[in-house]
Ligand binder design. Structure first.
Ligand code: 13P
Length: 230
């Protein structure tokens, strides 16, 4: 299993420094953990545990020196970032377009950073092909065969305490897989949205390769319980 922590805009220097100790002591078996702090705290995480590595929450599209305020892939590499969340619904909500996401995915892959591409429908009732379209659009500039991960995150499940049924998750996983396979990719697929220490064992019965966790990652004890239990 792959368990990814998206800390979003949370935590402070002290919080992230403390994680070093916690995760170094953790004897993890069979699960890989990716911690994605805000950019400014990447350098505070220096965890010596072969099962734990670093991810970022976003990446810049343009790769030149006229990009005020942006963080490029090559900079992330210097901090040992191995993964990058791209196209999270909270970024789509502030104007990130499918075109921008496709360019970010390309930039990540060109720099050997594995993109974790977030897709998901907006409402529980949504029967449209939004997820399929998001998958297709994100892969537009990518060489078939590139190493990528999708995170199925229904927007309505994020931070709401509501989770889809296993059947619902499996249907969406099937859609993501079919579209990606048709375009020449074999991604791992994670589930994200209100994953907690009480529901992860049930959610794990879906056809997923792991979790993308938000809120629970802020409670280190509970998050470690999940890591050790999946
Ligand atoms: P929650 O786990 O807080 O619902 O957030 C999910 C998420 O957005 C992870 O990227």
């Amino acid at each position: 299993m792959l368990v990814v922590a998206n800390f979003k805009m949370n935590g402070n220097k002290n919080f992230f420094l403390k994680l070093n100790e916690t995760y170094e002591k953790l004897k993890i078996k069979g699960t890989n953990v990716v911690l994605c702090p805000p950019f400014v705290y990447l350098s505070n995480l220096n965890i010596k545990n072969k099962n734990v590595c670093l991810g970022a929450q976003d990446i810049s599209i343009v790769g030149n020196n006229k990009s005020t305020g942006q963080i490029g892939a090559y900079m992330l590499k210097e901090f040992n970032v191995k993964y990058c969340i791209i196209g999270h619904s909270e970024r789509r909500a502030i104007g990130e377009t499918g075109e921008m996401i496709a360019k970010k995915v390309k930039s990540a892959c060109e720099n050997k950073i594995i993109p974790i591409i977030c897709v998901g429908e907006a409402t529980k009732q949504d029967k449209s092909s939004a997820v399929k379209n998001q998958v297709k659009s994100a892969l537009k500039y990518l060489q078939p065969g590139s190493k990528i991960i999708f995170a199925y995150e229904p927007v309505w499940a994020i931070g709401s305490g509501q989770v889809p049924t296993i059947k619902h998750i499996n249907n969406k996983i099937k859609t993501i897989k079919a579209e990606a396979n048709a375009l020449g990719f074999s991604p791992k697929i994670l589930y994200g949205g209100s994953v907690n220490d009480n529901n992860f064992l049930q959610l794990k019965t879906a056809e997923i390769d792991g979790f993308l966790v938000g809120g629970l990652s802020l409670d280190t004890n509970k998050f470690c319980k999940l890591i050790m239990g999946v």
